[in-house]
Design a protein around this ligand. Structure first.
Ligand SMILES: [Zn+2]
Ligand SMILES: [Zn+2]
Length: 226
């Protein structure tokens, strides 16, 4: 399995462009799942080109939450018949516009399997509703978050309760600012972390100090093999 961060405000591969937002491609077996689309379709498309990813090869797309820095790039990847998983709480206007272009919208409320060994947490949170992606990989669960508005620790607690496996890796935006969640992460048994996007420099530094060789520097162009 491979995870490729295509779009991020942090740059890992100098050939790519950075932009505020997040998008990550999951390659699991022969399936390609795009998690979020960043904010700008042209940056998403250009970065995909450099990384050799054909938008037409994407089997399904999942949007974590209705913020523009995660949904704005969608026009670069939509096509007739594409399956798109999004939280039920998305604005009707957003869903309607995509349906009009032939996209198959699957509204997510509860946790469910969206592809073999790939799950959504379902809509979590009360103020800003958000779904995260959970992949049952060989070494354990891989959790991908967009902005983690429901709270990264709360999301991981939910995953621990819902899925009967240890958490191997967490990546994406954690939205922490200056908070230190290292102890909570370690207590939850999280083995590796790859924060990026909106995590916050201070929060990332705390995690880096606690996780050392299990801290993965994430950013646009980073490829993680699991
Ligand atoms: Zn964001
Ligand atoms: Zn957000």
């Amino acid at each position: 399995m491979r995870l490729i961060t295509i779009y991020d405000n942090n740059l890992y591969d100098e050939r790519l462009m950075s932009g505020w937002g997040f998008s990550c491609l999951v390659e699991a077996g022969d399936r390609r799942i795009l998690f979020d689309t960043g904010g700008d379709p042209s940056i998403l498309l250009d970065n995909m080109k450099v990384l050799g990813i054909d938008p037409a090869s994407i089997d399904l797309v999942l949007l974590s939450h209705a913020h523009q820095d995660h949904t704005g790039g969608i026009s670069a990847v939509i096509r007739e018949g594409l399956s798109l998983y999004l939280p039920t709480s998305f604005p009707e206007s957003f869903k309607g516009a995509l349906r009009a272009r032939g996209v198959e919208i699957i509204e997510v409320e509860k946790s469910c399997e969206i592809s073999k060994d790939v799950y959504t947490t379902g809509e979590l949170g009360s103020w800003i509703k958000e779904q995260s992606l959970v992949i049952a990989a060989e070494p354990g669960l891989v959790v991908i978050t967009g902005c983690a508005h429901p709270g990264i620790v709360e999301i991981l607690k939910y995953v621990r309760n819902e899925f009967d496996a240890k958490i191997y890796l967490v990546l994406g935006g954690f939205h922490l600012g200056e908070r230190n969640v290292s102890r909570a992460f370690l207590e939850l048994g999280v083995l590796k972390v790859a924060p990026s996007h909106c995590t916050g420099g201070m929060a990332s530094a705390y995690l880096e100090r606690a996780y050392r060789e299990n801290f993965i520097m994430n950013g646009a162009g980073k490829v993680i093999e699991v």
